[in-house]
Design a protein around this ligand. Structure first.
Ligand code: LRH
Ligand code: MN
Length: 383
């Protein structure tokens, strides 16, 4: 059963992780970076080729805007991957300085809503069933704008998008405590996202970006709660030591990732059928990007395998008996289990090399695209 679940795991890679990224201090250009969405898909396909569990790629609009989205989806299929979540972007136009859908100016709000509706058109054109909405909207100083009025404006925009969703489509609302807003973020926490989604209906769910919480937040509690409510739409996986560092998932806190996957499994969310989107949302500012994505997928696999090894029977016995140390020991035994041999076996049974990183390095793919991708502008955030 565990091997079967690991074989059928589905982790979604983000197109933007393959482009140049950085901080406000510097975006370091790396060699061989893709120059358009087609080349991003080709790189993402390498992650699936060597891990077998990364069959879809999330797009970000306008970073991945093309003339023919049907052709992009067809190319993805040729490469053996599919188009995953469509990510809107109402955080980079000058017009959005004081907000997008919450902006005091109705013309700016209308412009932002038009973009969100365009993203649903792109879902139709690419066969994507998921729209991911993150709003950078917020204020920097007390009094700058009315907190309640901004919530009213946000609700209006979400209703418009919800009404536009087609058969089998849903949207995931992403929350974030701060940045770029430094006083009020209009969707700062899971409670705000949950309340808006609850009001709208079952096609509106919450996405948990693991980098978007206050330090010390118990993210697995949020996961357990949202799963119980049927409102956990998915994850933006990454890790951080301080803020929204967007480091490789599991790199900064592998135990937290294990605890999160433990609650996902307990809440019946690990099955692909449960519909949870396990997306990576990362920036490989200084490390090789494709290899960084492969390592990240492996980190999720390892946390999942450890969490699947928890002896749930022994755990419920210890919990029922109030055996605090016993119960904790059951969970820690699983966490302290080296699951790399098990995952190596699963990959071998999938016809893959047990060591994806070594197999990718041996493939020479990076050296080939580095030499081929001469000229043109490397992809990035264009910020
Ligand atoms: C915001 C965020 C959001 C994306 C962006 C790339 O911090 O997590 O998910 O749109 O990063
Ligand atoms: Mn995110």
């Amino acid at each position: 059963m565990i091997k079967d679940l690991l074989r059928r795991q589905h982790i979604e890679t983000p197109s933007w992780a393959f482009g140049n990224s950085g901080t406000r201090f510097k975006v370091f250009a790396q060699p061989g970076v893709p120059r358009d969405p087609f080349e991003k898909l080709a790189d993402a396909a390498q992650v699936h080729r060597f891990t077998g569990v990364a069959p879809t790629v999330a797009l970000h609009i306008p970073w991945d805007r093309v003339a023919d989205y049907g052709a992009l989806a067809a190319r993805a299929a040729e490469l053996g991957v599919g188009i995953g979540a469509i990510n809107s972007n109402v955080f980079q136009d000058d017009a959005y300085m004081l907000g997008s859908v919450t902006n005091p100016d109705p013309r700016v709000r209308a412009r932002a809503i038009d973009h969100l509706l365009e993203c649903v058109d792109i879902m139709d054109a690419t066969g994507s069933s998921t729209l991911k909405l993150w709003f950078s909207d917020g204020t920097n100083y007390p009094g700058q704008d009315d907190i309640r009025a901004r919530q009213d404006r946000l609700a209006v925009a979400l209703e418009r998008v919800y009404a536009r969703l087609g058969e089998g489509q849903r949207f995931l609302l992403e929350y974030k405590l701060f940045e770029p807003a430094f006083y009020v973020s209009d969707v700062p926490d899971w409670g705000t996202a949950y309340a808006h989604c609850l009001r709208l209906g079952e096609r509106a769910q919450v996405v948990v970006d693991t980098g978007h919480h206050a330090p010390g937040t118990n993210i697995e509690f949020i996961v357990a709660f949202l799963l119980r409510e049927g409102k956990l739409g998915g994850f933006d996986f990454n890790s951080r030591f301080y803020a929204d560092d967007d480091l490789m998932v599991g790199a900064a806190d592998p135990f937290q990732l294990f605890r999160i996957m433990f609650e996902v499994i307990g809440g019946g969310g690990v099955e692909a059928e449960a519909g949870g989107a396990f997306m990576l949302d990362q920036c490989h500012n200084i490390e090789p990007k494709i290899a960084g994505q492969i390592r990240s997928v492996m980190n999720v696999q390892e946390a999942t395998a450890k969490a699947l090894l928890v002896d749930r029977g022994a755990l419920s016995v210890a919990q029922a008996a109030g055996d605090v140390l016993g119960a904790n020991a059951v969970v820690m035994d699983a966490y302290n289990t080296d699951v790399r041999p098990l995952l190596g076996q699963v990959r071998a049974e999938m016809g893959l090399d047990p060591d994806p990183m070594a197999a990718y390095a041996r493939s020479g793919y990076f050296e080939r695209v580095r030499d081929e991708r001469v000229g043109g502008a490397p992809a990035g955030w264009g910020a």
